[in-house]
Design a protein around this ligand. Structure first.
Ligand code: NAD
Length: 298
């Protein structure tokens, strides 16, 4: 194995999954977060997560015990990274918080340590200098529910060392991910570069009254063989996320069509708490959405 000791910084939605997945695959993992109280919450979430590993991956009791044995917790950054080969940063998606985190990290991490950000929307070049070791810094981007949706997009900035990049690709494979290397920086990586335009196009068709939700989804599902149409996907991602992305784009571009989309999503979904699968209703009703019914594709 290329690395032995991993530190995961931030134990929120993604961080605790990355920590558990890495420990499950044999790495010694230190979970770092801002205080003991947050770390105690992470420990409790690991218990729930281990139940999912037992169900979804048929993980044995012994495998899960070894996973817990390999997990440590520390709210002191210097101690948490003292012997780290790799730090995976999963702190909030906020440039100021990430910058301040890397400033502190660069002062206390050993020279050997590689830093990887799990940021979904911020590019590694934005933080490369503040890490103090640009050649040992890159993005390693996971998807939510990483033990099932096991993509790992690996994206360096122009100054990332090729050897470091290859080591992180190897690590991603070692923790059970399908490693997806990118040759250069790309906002949205591969997945969101494909997905966001599809979802935007679907909402445009709806808002411009070209066709109905189910007609649009059926078209996509029948013609491409995909198990979900764009509106089925939007319900899974969460309509609040789609709303936030569109609101940012509307604010930045002042594009009238974007503004119309934002208003539409707010009035019809956000204000009514119809956020998709999470709240039981979005474009479809759950747990039995129409697109899963026999005959939907006829
Ligand atoms: P989150 O808000 O759930 O968790 C963030 C964690 O970081 C919290 O536990 C918080 O206490 C901790 N934190 C805050 N400041 C910190 C600091 N200075 N040092 C260490 N820890 C600190 O966020 P999340 O959804 O897990 O997202 C984390 C990163 O992962 C973001 O960059 C996000 O873009 C990315 N990501 C999220 C998803 C997703 O579906 N949520 C998917 C892929 C990538």
């Amino acid at each position: 194995m290329s690395f032995k000791n991993i530190t995961v910084a931030g134990s929120g939605v993604l961080g605790y999954q990355i920590a558990f997945q890495s420990a499950f695959h044999g790495f010694h993992v230190t979970v770092y977060d801002i205080n003991e109280e947050v770390l105690a919450k992470a420990k409790a979430k690991f218990d729930q997560l281990s139940a999912s590993y037992a169900t979804d991956l048929k993980a044995s009791v012994a495998q899960l015990k070894h996973t817990f044995d390999r997990l440590k917790y520390n709210s002191n950054l210097e101690e948490a990274v003292a012997d780290a080969d790799l730090v995976i940063e999963a702190v909030p998606e906020n440039p100021a918080i990430k910058t301040s985190f890397y400033e502190q990290l660069s002062k206390v991490a050993p020279a050997k340590t590689i830093f990887a950000t799990n940021s979904s929307t911020l590019l590694p070049s934005q933080f490369a200098q503040v890490t103090g070791r640009p050649s040992q810094f890159l993005a390693l981007h996971f998807a939510n529910t990483i033990w099932i949706n096991n993509t790992a997009e690996i994206m360096g900035h122009a100054g990332t060392d090729k050897k470091v990049f290859d080591e992180v690709v190897a690590f991603a494979k070692e923790i059970g991910m399908v490693a997806l290397p990118l040759h250069k920086e790309q906002p949205g990586y591969i997945l969101n570069s494909l997905l966001v335009p599809l979802l935007n196009a679907a909402t445009d068709l709806l808002i411009n009254d070209v066709a109905e939700v189910q007609t649009i989804d059926k078209t996509w599902m029948i013609a491409t063989g995909a198990p979900f149409g764009p509106f089925g996907i939007l319900d899974i991602v969460g309509i609040n996320t789609a709303y936030n992305i569109n609101a940012m784009q509307a604010a930045a571009t002042k594009n009238p069509s974007k503004i119309k989309t934002v208003e539409y999503l707010k009035t019809n979904f956000i204000d009514k708490n119809k956020l998709g699968v999470a709240t039981g209703e979005g474009f479809y009703k759950y747990p039995n959405p129409a697109y899963k019914e026999d005959g939907f594709l006829k």
